[in-house]
Design a protein around this ligand. Structure first.
Ligand code: SME
Length: 154
């Protein structure tokens, strides 16, 4: 997988999209189309003390996650990327899709504040190697660059 080329295409896809809902939706579709062995990719958007399910690809998922709960809520509270090699080996994990084996969460930041947690699940243990995580971080940085944090979702 040539991640440099994928980042170029992602840049072309995201840079001219003025609508936040469209941008986030296409971002999830792009990842789902191009990265193998994922069973869920999507956003949990922070609003009024709750992380609420946003655009995603995959099975029906939990629609609200409180800060501190699960991998998503932990990423929010600690303001950090988390890579989970095997979700069955950690206690603070919320199982939305029973097929999920490994997971990565990446905060989308508006300056010092967290706008959303970008969540990726795989049915394969230890799917997220360093190169893939690096690519996903670059992809998340594109979203931070192009999203209009001052505009409503739609
Ligand atoms: N596994 C996440 C919950 C969201 S789903 O994976 C879509 C968590 O532990 O926070």
């Amino acid at each position: 997988m040539n991640y440099d080329i994928l980042i170029e295409s992602a840049n072309a896809l995201l840079k001219d999209e003025p609508n936040n809902l469209s941008l986030l939706s296409n971002a999830t579709a792009f990842i789902n189309d191009h990265i193998n062995d994922l069973n869920w990719v999507g956003f949990y958007l922070y609003n009024n003390g709750v992380l609420t399910l946003g655009p995603f690809q995959g099975k029906v998922a939990c629609n609200k996650i409180l800060p501190g709960k699960g991998v998503v809520g932990t990423s929010y509270v600690n303001n950090e990327v988390i890579v989970v090699k095997n979700v069955h080996e950690i206690e603070n994990h919320i199982m939305c899709d029973a097929n999920s084996m490994s997971e990565v969460v990446i905060p989308i930041r508006n300056g010092k504040e967290i706008y959303a947690i970008f969540d990726f699940d795989s049915p394969i243990e230890n799917r997220f190697d360093d190169k893939l995580v690096q690519f996903l971080r670059q992809f998340a940085a594109l979203i931070e660059k192009y999203i209009d944090f001052n505009a409503p979702l739609i």
